[in-house]
Design a protein around this ligand. Structure first.
Ligand code: FES
Ligand code: FE2
Length: 459
């Protein structure tokens, strides 16, 4: 991978470190409205992090590809002739044209629409029109293949890539909390991404959307209309007195309702068959789709604390595991004031077709451009971002101190730690503390050395 461009280098570290105050829980609004900060995020966060690319079920065959992004770098994720997954930058090495224009498909090779350079599925340049007549054979094709991600790896079929050769392994990057977060998707058994990734643009800063996924405070108010319309029982999903927060290294976090320990002890005693019957009963009573079933084996993946989480994980920086592990949402930065939202529905392969249709319909009406909840959210995110642009308005810091100093980190004998609490802003504070660590670090070596360790004691 060639050197990453040097945008955003002008911002001083003390300036970055002043953006969020962990002691008072206040945040400088410039983080939502400053071009230099945005450019530094592209370099120090997105080009450095492991970014979600796709699930293996989206590209099962040789030549299958999907398009995604690492920050603003567009990439082609393709299964090559050896069956390996390649992550190639979607930019021709001749004049930079985008090679692949479709969102997904199957290709034998990638031919550029400008002058016809042709690249193999592993990115090698295999064809140059006029090689003899115009170039007089004076071009070394081996030097002009497509640029690639520095590392590609997967967690149980969920593919990630990083542009940074010095990034730790995906396993180490995710740590326990990241692995629990993704594990919530896999707790239902063997899963697949269903056809149809939904995309839309919301005029908000990407961090406003990430902050919101941890926000169980807004639900009863912002989404009251969903309750009034009879779409869902808002009170039933809140569990304000049974909230649990898990904080992980490098900024991963999970926050939201938890299954009380005595109920979990009961669930642990159930077979997979009994779990299915329980879910079917709940569906009958609620007249909705059956809730996702966590199989007995899920406890291995999630651990004794993680298995109790019904909360929302964010895999830092921008991947939300939502709707009890049946949806994934990416928040892709498109400048300080715009975010591209991508929704994936992830369901068990073995789910009967009619139940699958029901689950897809429910998810589509919940989030995404037609989602009841996201329409409420998008409006608030947009206006919160807009208010960060005004000279006077942006001089006032955000209040992010809910629960600060009132809770205790509890460590389980398994080593998993959590905060058991009411609705709080612990996860949002963790997001911005870690955001500062990433932004202030010069390299992965620097970040490994100087990042927030999982807190202990009072928080
Ligand atoms: S820009 Fe791709 S062949 Fe010229
Ligand atoms: Fe919301």
């Amino acid at each position: 991978m060639d050197a990453i461009h040097e945008q955003g280098a002008a911002l001083g570290k003390s300036e970055i470190r002043s953006c969020f105050d962990s002691d008072t829980g206040t945040l400088d609004r410039r983080v939502f409205a400053d071009e230099d900060i945005y450019n530094l995020e592209l370099r120090n966060i997105f080009a450095r992090a492991w970014n979600f690319m796709c699930h293996e079920s989206q590209i099962p065959n040789v030549g299958d590809y999907v398009i995604n992004y690492i920050g603003e770098d567009q990439v082609i994720i393709v299964r090559d002739k050896q069956g390996d997954v390649q992550v190639l930058l979607n930019t021709c090495r001749h004049r930079g044209n985008a090679l692949c224009r479709a969102e997904q498909g199957n290709a034998k090779s990638f031919v550029c629409s400008y002058h016809g350079w042709n690249y193999d599925l592993n990115g090698d340049l295999i064809g140059v029109p006029g090689l003899t007549a115009y170039y007089r054979k004076d071009i070394d094709k081996s030097q002009w293949g497509l640029a690639k991600a520095a590392q590609v790896d997967h967690f149980h079929g969920l593919y990630f890539a990083t542009l940074d050769p010095d990034a730790p392994s995906l396993h180490d990057y995710l740590g326990d909390v990241g692995r629990v977060g993704l594990g919530l998707l896999l707790a239902q058994g063997d899963v697949e991404v269903v056809e149809g990734v939904q995309r839309n643009i919301i005029d908000c800063n990407w961090k406003v959307a990430v902050d919101n996924l941890f926000d169980w405070y807004h639900v009863q108010y912002s989404h009251a209309s969903a309750g009034i319309a009879g779409f869902m029982d808002i009170a039933a999903i809140l569990h304000p007195q049974n909230q649990m927060v898990m904080l992980g290294e490098y900024g991963h976090a999970i926050s939201g309702p938890a299954i009380p320990q005595d109920k979990q002890d009961f669930l642990d005693g159930l077979s997979d068959e009994e779990r299915r019957a329980l879910a079917a009963n709940i569906a009958k009573e609620s007249k909705g789709p059956p809730p996702p079933i966590r199989m007995k084996a899920a406890k291995e993946l999630l651990g004794p604390v993680g298995v109790r989480s019904m909360g929302h994980p964010n895999i830092f920086p921008n991947l939300w595991v939502s709707t009890n592990g049946t949806q994934l949402c990416l928040r892709l930065p498109r400048g300080p004031f715009e975010t591209e939202i991508r929704w994936y529905t992830v369901l068990p392969k073995a789910m009967p077709e009619d139940v699958k249709r029901q689950a897809i319909a429910f998810n589509t009406h919940l989030f995404g451009p037609a989602g009841m909840l996201e329409q409420d959210d998008g409006e608030n995110w947009s206006q919160s971002t807009r208010a960060s642009r005004g000279v006077k308005s942006r001089s006032y810091r955000h209040h992010m101190a809910m629960g600060l100093g009132h809770d205790e980190v509890m460590v389980d004998p398994s080593g998993q730690s959590r905060i058991e609490t009411t609705i709080s802003e612990h996860a949002q504070r963790w997001l911005y503390r870690n955001w500062m660590d990433w932004m202030a670090a010069d390299s992965w070596a620097d970040l490994k050395e100087d990042h927030s360790r999982v807190p202990e004691g009072r928080v």
